[in-house]
Design a protein around this ligand. Structure first.
Ligand SMILES: Cc1cc2nc3c(=O)[nH]c(=O)nc-3n(C[C@H](O)[C@H](O)[C@H](O)COP(=O)(O)OP(=O)(O)OC[C@H]3O[C@@H](n4cnc5c(N)ncnc54)[C@H](O)[C@@H]3O)c2cc1C
Length: 173
């Protein structure tokens, strides 16, 4: 398992139900929640390698055979031969579709106002792709409901013939 946050630790605990050994490779100290770390401490089949990074993956015929790891403290390298590698090192917002069109933050997430409208009138964002989102399923669903109401508020005046903001700059609705 590559990563040291909640997802990496929780997925390692899950994997340990099926794998004889799980090795967590984390470039720093583990940053998972205290609850996850307490569960990890009870596990005897999970090794943790802090301050360690993967530097090479090798194998043949499309099958992974070796992972080369480097201890960032000592600089020493070692090889391990896992049956598989799982990577949980964070996510990037999949916002290519609107890049250069609506305002994004430095992480590529869509910036929204309190009504969840983006910098372009008529374009709203909800869920993980939105700046400041909590990255939780319940929040994403709730924001989806909130956006539906915002869209209704946005389109209702347009549908009743009251001029509104154009959805796309330069185009009338
Ligand atoms: C390993 C892991 C564990 C998690 N555990 C929890 C947990 O325990 N509890 C919790 O609350 N949350 C958890 N989460 C977070 C939760 O999954 C997310 O917060 C939630 O799924 C966000 O919902 P979303 O609709 O914003 O994005 P997503 O669920 O990612 O949905 C986005 C959708 O948009 C689609 N899409 C992308 N680009 C386009 C496009 N151009 N056109 C059309 N469709 C497109 C994608 O295919 C996808 O279906 C976890 C996430 C991960 C990765």
């Amino acid at each position: 398992m590559i990563g040291g946050g909640n997802s990496a630790v929780e997925e390692s605990l899950f994997l340990a139900r099926f794998a004889s050994r799980v090795t967590i490779v984390s470039r720093g100290a583990l940053s998972a929640s205290r609850t996850a770390l307490a569960k990890l401490a009870e596990q005897t089949s999970i090794d943790v390698l802090p301050n360690t990074v993967p530097v090479a993956f090798a194998g043949q015929h499309g099958h992974l055979e070796t992972v080369v790891l480097r201890d960032e403290t000592s600089g020493q390298q070692r090889e391990i031969h896992p049956g598989g590698v799982f990577v949980f090192v964070g996510v990037t917002a999949n916002t290519e579709l609107v890049k250069g069109f609506v305002d994004l933050d430095e992480h590529g997430a869509i910036q929204t106002d309190p009504t969840l409208q983006s910098s372009v009138p008529g374009i709203f964002a909800a869920g993980d792709a939105r700046t400041g989102s909590t990255k939780q399923a319940a929040s994403a669903a709730g924001e989806g409901a909130a956006v539906a109401l915002s869209i209704r508020r946005y389109v209702t005046p347009l549908a009743s013939g009251i001029p509104g903001e154009p959805c796309i700059p330069g185009q009338s609705v």
